[in-house]
Design a protein around this ligand. Structure first.
Ligand SMILES: [Fe+2]
Length: 388
C-alpha cells in the first residue's frame, strides 16, 4: 500500500468487555443498556455444560427477568430463528443475550433483528437489508472462532433451499461483547481445534485479500501470531488459561478486522460446503481448504504470505521471498495436523459428485471478488479436488 492509497476501515460500535470472570458483570451490562428483561438464546450443549444455569443464577440474583430459548442447532435455520423470535415477542424481552458458539450468537443477532423488523429473516439476507434497529444484543462467546460477537454477520440455513445464507450490516453488530476466556476452558479439543482454525481463516483471508488496509492488517497479523502461539496448547491442554485467553483475543481481533474487508476463497467455499446434505461444520471446512487456497493464492502476494509464515513462527527471514511465502501454507498444514484436524474434505463427507454444485455456488460469493488472485469456477473446482 503506497502513501497515496486511500482506504476504508469500519469501526465497530460494539463495546468489548474482555477478561477472565467478566461473565459475572452481565446483570450490570444489561442495566447499563437500560433493559429489564432478557431472552437468552443458546443451545442444548450449553445447557448440559452448566453455562445456562450460571447465567440464570446471575440474572435471578440481580432481579432481572428472563426467558431461555435453548434449542439452537448447528448453523440454525430460518424456521428456528422465527420460532425463537416468536418466543421473544411472547415474553416481551427487551434485550437478547446470545450464549454459545457462532450458531448461538448468529441466531441471537437474527432474533433481535426480527423483534423490530417486519416479515421473516429470509427477507433480510444480503447486506444492509434491515429497516429498523434490532433489540440490543449481549453476545457471550463460549468458543474462540467465529468472532460473531464483534461482527455484523448472521449466518444460517435457508430452510427452503438448504443453502447457507447470511444477513449482514451495521445494524447487526451486538451492543456488547462479553468475552470471558474462562467459558472456553471446558470446550472439547475437537471443537477448540475447528473453531480456532476458523479464526485463523478470518485472519489470513482478511490479511491477504485486496480490500485489506493497514488497520485491519495490523489486527489480523496480531491474530495470526496469537493463534500460532496458543492454538496447539488450547487444544492439547484445554485447561491452560493463558492459551484460552490468547485464542479469544485472536478471534476477537480477527473479527473486528474482517468486517471492513470480507474474506477469501476458503470462506466462499465454506458456505456451500455447509449447505445441502453435505453440512461440513464451518471450522472444519475452513481448516481443510485454507492451506489449499493459500497455495493457490500465494504467488499473487508473496510479501503478505511470507508475513503470515513469519507470524506463525516459521523462521523465514533468510529465505527468498517466494520460499518464505510457501512456508505459510506448509505452516497451516502442520498446525492442522498437530491439533487433529482431518486432512481431506473426503474425511468429513465431501464426495466427487458434490464438487460442481459447491463450486457453482461458491463463485457467487462476495468473498471471491476480494480474493488476491482472480478466480474462475474451474479454479474453485480444482481447489476442491486438491482438498478432497
Ligand atoms: Fe469463518
Amino acid at each position: 500500500m503506497s502513501m497515496d492509497s486511500s482506504f476504508r476501515f469500519l469501526p465497530i460500535p460494539t463495546e468489548i468487555q474482555f477478561g477472565c470472570g467478566i461473565l459475572s458483570s452481565l446483570p450490570e451490562r444489561i442495566r447499563g443498556l437500560g433493559c429489564k428483561k432478557a431472552l437468552v438464546v443458546t443451545d442444548p450443549g450449553m445447557r448440559a455444560a452448566g453455562a445456562v444455569a450460571r447465567v440464570e443464577a446471575l440474572l435471578s440474583a440481580a432481579g432481572i427477568g428472563f426467558a431461555v430459548y435453548d434449542s439452537v442447532t448447528p448453523d440454525s435455520g430460518s424456521n428456528l430463528i422465527m420460532e425463537a423470535a416468536g418466543l421473544l415477542k411472547h415474553t416481551g424481552a427487551d434485550v437478547v443475550v446470545g450464549l454459545g458458539g457462532g450458531s448461538a450468537l448468529d441466531t441471537s443477532k437474527a432474533v433481535a433483528a426480527m423483534a423490530t423488523n417486519p416479515g421473516a429473516i429470509l427477507d433480510y439476507t444480503g447486506l444492509d437489508k434491515l429497516i429498523c434497529k434490532p433489540l440490543p444484543v449481549v453476545a457471550i462467546p463460549t468458543a474462540s472462532g467465529t468472532g460473531s460477537e464483534v461482527t455484523f454477520w448472521s449466518v444460517f440455513i435457508d430452510d427452503r433451499t438448504n443453502l447457507k445464507v447470511a444477513a449482514g450490516g451495521v445494524l447487526l453488530f451486538p451492543a456488547i461483547a462479553l468475552c470471558d476466556p474462562e467459558l472456553t476452558l471446558t470446550l472439547p479439543p475437537s471443537a477448540t481445534a475447528a473453531t480456532g482454525m476458523d479464526a485463523l481463516g478470518h485472519a489470513v483471508e482478511c490479511y491477504t485479500n485486496t480490500a485489506c488496509q493497514p488497520i485491519s492488517a495490523a489486527l489480523a497479523l496480531k491474530a495470526i501470531e496469537l493463534i500460532g502461539q496458543h492454538l496447539r496448547t488450547a487444544v492439547l491442554n484445554g485447561k491452560d488459561p493463558e492459551s484460552r485467553y490468547g485464542m479469544m483475543l485472536a478471534s476477537t481481533m480477527a473479527g473486528i478486522a474482517m468486517n471492513s474487508t470480507r474474506l477469501g476463497l476458503a470462506h466462499a467455499l465454506a458456505m456451500p460446503l455447509g449447505s445441502y446434505t453435505i453440512r461440513i461444520p464451518h471450522g472444519l471446512a475452513i481448516a481443510i481448504t485454507l492451506p489449499v487456497v493459500m497455495k493457490f493464492n500465494h504467488a499473487s502476494r508473496f510479501e503478505r504470505y511470507a508475513e503470515v509464515a513469519r507470524a506463525l513462527g516459521e523462521h523465514v527471514h533468510r529465505l527468498p521471498l517466494r520460499d518464505a511465502a510457501a512456508c505459510s501454507f506448509a505452516a497451516v498444514k502442520k498446525l492442522s495436523a498437530d491439533i487433529g484436524i482431518p486432512a481431506r474434505l473426503s474425511d468429513v463427507g465431501l464426495r466427487e459428485e458434490h464438487i460442481d454444485d459447491v463450486a457453482a455456488e461458491a463463485i457467487k460469493s462476495g468473498n471471491v471478488a476480494v480474493n488476491p488472485r482472480r478466480t474462475t469456477v474451474e479454479d474453485l473446482r480444482a481447489i476442491l479436488r486438491d482438498a478432497l
